[in-house]
Structures are given as C-alpha cells and as structure tokens.
Ligand binder design. Structure first.
Ligand code: FES
Length: 344
C-alpha cells in the first residue's frame, strides 16, 4: 500500500510505501529533503505534518523532543506514513548525486594529531564518484555494518577522498584503522550522503567546527576558496587543548591568501599550552565577536551538544534559521560501540 505525500510549500508530491520512510521515498523519487544521519539523531530532517498521520515503527527516535512531537513535528528519516500526508520540510534545491557502492584503495595514512588520522582514499578511475564538499560516506564493513565519516576535501580531478578519523578506542572500525590498516588496503564505501554542503549564499559566512567536525568544514571552506567569492569568511574551531589542533599551516595559508579570519577556541587548555587565545565554548566565542547574526549564513559540524548550543544561541542572536546548515556527529557509531563496551 502506498500513500501520497505532498510538500505544501513546494507544490511537489511523491508516493511513499507504508513500510518506507518518508525521506527514503523522497530521495528515491528525486526530491531531496534536508537530512544528515538518517538515524533519527541529528534533527536535520525535521519537518511538520499539517495533515495525516505518521508512525515510528522502531519507536520514537532520540533526536526529537516532546515539545516537537506535540507541535506535529517529525523526523522524516524514521517516520513512515499511516495515511496520505501534507508536510512542511526543508527541501534542498540542488540536485544530489547518485549514491554508489565502490571499492576504495587506501593511498595514504597520516597522523594529524595524537588521536586523529588523515586517510586518503583512491577511487576507481573508471567509475566517477560525484559529491559535494561537506557530504559524508559510509565504510561498509565485512559483516555489513556501516560507519559514517565526513569527506574532508572538495571534489578534485584526482578522484581522491580525504577523511579525518578520530580513534574511539573499543570502536570496531577505528581500532582497525589505527592498529591494522595499511596503505594499499581495499575498503568498501557507500555514498555520498547528506545535504550539508555549500549553499552558494552571498551572505558573510561563519564556519563553526568542533573536534573532527573540522573535516566537512574544511571541505566546504576549500570549495568557497576555489570559487573566489567576495563575502567575508570566519572560521571558529573548538577543541580541548593545543595538542588537538591540526592543519594549522593550511589554515594560516587561507588566512594569508584569502583574508579568512580564524579563531581557535580551547575548552581545556593545558598549563604547558601557555594559551593566550579564546577559551570556553565555541558558540560563546562566536557571539563575543558577532553578537548579531542576522546577516550571516552559518555552517557548523561537530558533536550534538555543540550543535544544540550553537543552534539555540545563534537563532536568539538573530540568525535566520533557513541560513543555518549543520552536520551533527551523532552517527559516529564507532564511538557508541566504544561506550557500550566500556559499559559492559
Ligand atoms: S535525524 Fe533524520 S537525518 Fe538525522
């Protein structure tokens, strides 16, 4: 049985099977709804249903709260229809690329910091892999499990993907990457996924990263820099201490050559860091410099706590929520593996 889903502000409709998520049905029929984790956690696919009924076959996802549920909001990556529906949801106008399953050869493994590795993957030259800077891929493991990581570069003609992988000790994939993976190994990837990418907005741009959330932000920044756009660009990067910072030379080149402003923010600088820069939470550092955000477009990527704090405080500071693009790292299931192991 299938139902008709109508996007009320878009004059668009599509069919959705009773056992299919509304997001999957939309993507299959060429309608790109905003989405991130596809796992009911990050909130990127949230929208409102104006009429009709939905259900969550696997229970209400963690990424939606009671207020949102009572306001008829839903996470369309997990919701399935119980009737025809009229919904309001953010639609991405740009065409999203075909999702492919491909082999990828490990070209380079390099430590960026104590617990972050840069992995460069070489993709087959006969099979083009189109993606947008900021999107993410899955590694498909031998047992079929998947691990999601953001692409850290913008598209290039070398057919390479660059990733920044933080070690989550006890996590099945990152233990393997840090302990066993060697250049030349063949991995399987699936992607590209997600709707976090440069929206070609002409507003001044704020890029806000937390930890390895710098990966997709770096990709987007590379893309913006290539386009030689004229709008001001401000990068904020929150990390724990000085030893966690990486690729500083690259950032300094962007600062020098493209006039980007850069503010690293350390939450727990160590004594020997002798840190004179910003400390505390990254959203506070942003608001200290820019108390009024009504003119900005904001791209942010990092852990859910950072994303939530930024979302609330930036919208209170006047940011138009339609110009707020984010990628919440809720779906780093390797970290979840590690936590489960620790809890045993
Ligand atoms: S909660 Fe639906 S895409 Fe993340």
């Amino acid at each position: 049985m299938s139902f008709l889903i109508t996007l009320v502000d878009e004059d668009v409709n599509f069919q959705c099977e009773a056992n299919q998520t509304i997001l999957d049905a939309a993507l299959q029929q060429g309608v790109t709804l905003s989405y991130g984790c596809k796992n009911g956690l990050c909130g990127s696919c949230i929208g409102t249903f104006i009429s009709g009924q939905i259900e969550y076959p696997n229970g209400q996802p963690d990424g939606i709260n009671a207020d949102e549920v009572s306001n008829h909001q839903a996470l369309f990556c997990k919701a399935t229809p119980l009737s025809d529906l009229s919904i309001k949801v953010k639609v991405i106008k740009e065409e999203i690329q075909e999702i492919k399953n491909l082999p990828a050869r490990v070209k380079e493994i390099k430590y960026l910091s104590e617990d972050v590795i840069q992995l460069v993957l070489q993709l087959p030259s006969v099979e083009p892999f189109d993606f947008k800077a900021g999107q993410w891929i899955y590694f498909v493991l031998k047992d079929g499990r998947k691990r999601a990581f953001s692409i850290a570069n913008s598209p290039n003609d070398k057919n390479e993907l660059e990733l920044q992988i933080r070690h989550a000790p006890g996590g099945i994939f990152t233990d393997f990457v840090f302990n066993n993976l060697k250049p030349g190994a063949l991995l399987k990837i699936e992607g590209p996924h997600g709707s976090f990418f440069n929206q070609q907005d002409e507003s001044p741009v704020l890029l806000v990263a937390g930890g390895t959330g710098f990966a997709p932000i770096k990709g987007i920044l590379e893309e913006i820099v290539k386009q030689e756009t004229k709008q001001p660009i401000h990068l904020f990067w929150g990390l724990r201490s000085k030893k966690d910072l990486y690729l500083q030379q690259l950032i300094n080149t962007w600062v020098k050559d493209y006039g980007i402003s850069y503010t690293p923010v350390l939450s727990e600088p160590e004594k020997e860091d002798a840190w004179k820069g910003n400390t505390g939470f990254v959203h506070q550092a942003v608001l200290e410099q820019f108390p009024q955000l009504s003119n900005f477009a904001v791209y942010m990527a990092g852990p859910p706590q950072m994303i939530d704090a930024c979302k609330q405080s930036f919208i209170s500071a006047g940011l138009d929520k339609n110009k707020l693009y984010y990628d919440s790292f809720d779906y780093s299931t390797d970290a979840i593996d590690a936590m489960k192991k620790e809890a045993k």
